[in-house]
Design a protein around this ligand. Structure first.
Ligand code: KIV
Ligand code: ZN
Length: 511
């Protein structure tokens, strides 16, 4: 092909961010988002600057279909994608779900590795080549925005993969995706594979080459960066790296690596990094997937300096031990931002600066919680406000509401809790003992709510530094086949625990 025939559709240094938090991320064990959750996350991802948002797998269930359709209708600032296997029925259903979106994308996939062909598909390479081409041709009748993924590409014979990509691009695919489905790739080898595809797929200049890496060996981000270096220009990723098994590439890691090491990674994304922390918290809150404290970029310890030498260095000059400015991801710089004398206007302005567009009624609710917190805690940081917003604004309808909590405990005393809960507007009170104060409080709650749920997980994290910091508690419950999570935050971790427990119980009711 002569150079004049080549119509390059890519901008050389722009990396397209394709977020799959609501599809691959939702496939994380125990995660089940309802429509409101999906919409909240979708709007936040739009604000964050995501280019393409994969909203779900419409054929999977009516709930998935409705979720994708609602997001495609509601989100006008990005492309909404829907996943489909390489069959007409899947593709028809995907299109039906996204057709009202702005430049919506059909994302169809088919496995290409010999191991998948032999054991899963029971098809020959020639049959798979045909099927892939036909699926893309079929999808292209609806839209020119068609992505094809070669599932298990990293274990696929590369010459066969190039033939598949050449065929689907000829049939109309404008993005071809190279997934490391099982997280098997090693960075330099992954880069070599991407380079091979770039050099041996004759029409690759007519499509964007994308990568989608899983984190089974903890190498997803490294593999993605190596792929970008070799020519990939779309990254499929999730917030906090959630996803199947060990998860997907964490968006915040790729974006901040590009921003921080732009000397070696001279690329750009549309992501407004100042919304990263809020997005991470929202996804954690709504999915119940707790972010590990030492998680890069968004973990509670990511900007904490424990050793005296480090603290001294940072106080003298931040860059001695900090390669990123916490403000770049929307965290406070460590300085006091708000206190008990701050008024409603100051809270409103701060919330706006943090990227929250709340109604006056919602600001009022946040302000009430803020005043209660400011009475207990001298310094209020943006992270504290975020926790309040997460609890107050993102919460689901409440059947059970905490009205009273008194706990007695200590050495030599049998832990006892008295709990008051409004159930459908009527207050009920129960007293219980327990192994510890939290156990006692949960037992009292269970007496009132008469729940049969089983506590699967209970975790506590500190939102900021200091002994007056708010503790953020996450509770995961199971009742039958329903698994839900709830979070609560308060400087008193027993109150935070009961709030988290009630949020989870309300979720069980809501489901
Ligand atoms: O991991 C994978 O291969 C996928 C594809 C559907 C892109 O999620
Ligand atoms: Zn995947």
């Amino acid at each position: 092909m002569s150079t004049s025939d080549k119509k390059d559709i890519k901008q050389d240094n722009k990396i397209i961010i394709f977020d799959t938090t609501l599809r691959d991320g939702e496939q994380s064990p125990g995660v089940a988002l309802n429509m409101d959750d999906k919409l909240q996350i979708g709007r936040q991802l739009e604000k964050l600057g995501v280019d393409v948002l994969e909203a779900g797998f419409p054929i999977a269930s009516p709930g998935d279909f409705e979720g994708v359709r609602t997001l495609a209708r509601e989100l006008q600032g990005l492309q909404v994608a829907a996943l489909a296997r390489a069959t007409k029925k899947d593709i028809d259903t995907a299109w039906e779900a996204i057709k009202e979106g702005v430049n919506p994308r059909i994302h169809t996939f088919l496995a290409t590795s010999d191991i998948h062909l032999k054991y899963k598909l029971r098809k020959t390479r020639e049959e798979v080549l045909e099927m892939a081409g036909e699926a893309v041709k079929y999808a292209s009748r609806y839209t020119s925005n068609v992505e094809f993924s070669a599932e298990d590409a990293s274990r696929t014979d590369l010459d066969f993969l190039c033939r598949v990509f050449e065929r689907v691009i000829d049939c109309g695919a404008t993005t071809v995706n190279f997934p490391d489905t099982v997280g098997y790739a090693i960075p330099w080898d992954f880069g070599r594979m991407i380079k091979y595809v770039m050099e041996n797929t004759p029409n690759i200049h007519k499509a964007v080459l994308s990568v989608h890496c899983h984190n089974d060996l903890g190498l997803a981000t490294a593999n993605v960066l190596s792929a970008i270096n070799s020519g990939a220009r779309q990254v499929e990723c999730t917030i906090n790296g959630i996803g199947e098994r060990a998860g997907n590439t964490a968006m915040e890691e790729v974006v901040m690596a590009i921003k921080t090491r732009n000397d070696l990674l001279p690329f750009e994304t549309n992501i407004n990094t100042r919304h990263i922390a809020a997005t991470s918290r929202m996804v954690s809150m709504l999915t119940g997937m707790v972010v590990q404290p030492n998680k890069a970029i968004v973990g509670a310890n990511a900007f904490a300096h424990e050793s005296g030498i480090h603290q001294d260095g940072v106080l003298k000059e931040r860059t001695t031990y900090e390669i990123m400015d916490p403000r770049d991801i929307g965290l406070s710089s460590g300085s006091l931002v708000l206190g008990k004398h701050s008024g409603r206007h100051a809270i409103k302005a701060k919330l706006h600066e943090m990227g929250y567009d709340l109604s006056e009624e919602e600001i009022g609710r946040v302000f009430e919680r803020f005043k209660v917190l400011a009475d207990k805690k001298k310094e209020i940081f943006p992270e504290d406000l975020e926790a309040i917003v997460a609890e107050e604004i993102l919460r689901i309808p409440e059947r059970f509401r905490l009205t009273y909590l008194h706990v007695a405990g200590g050495s030599g005393i049998r832990p006892t809790a008295t709990v008051g809960i409004e159930v459908d507007g009527k207050e009920e009170v129960a007293v219980s003992i327990g192994a510890g104060p939290i156990d006692a409080a949960f037992n009292a709650v269970s007496k009132i709510v008469k729940t049969k749920s089983k506590l699967l997980r209970f975790t506590v994290n500190s939102i900021t530094g200091g002994t007056d910091a708010q503790g953020e508690v996450t509770v995961r419950l199971q009742e039958g086949d329903k698994v839900v999570t709830g979070q609560g935050a308060d400087p008193d971790i027993i109150t935070a625990s009961v709030r988290a427990y009630l949020t989870a119980l309300n979720r069980l009711e809501y489901k």
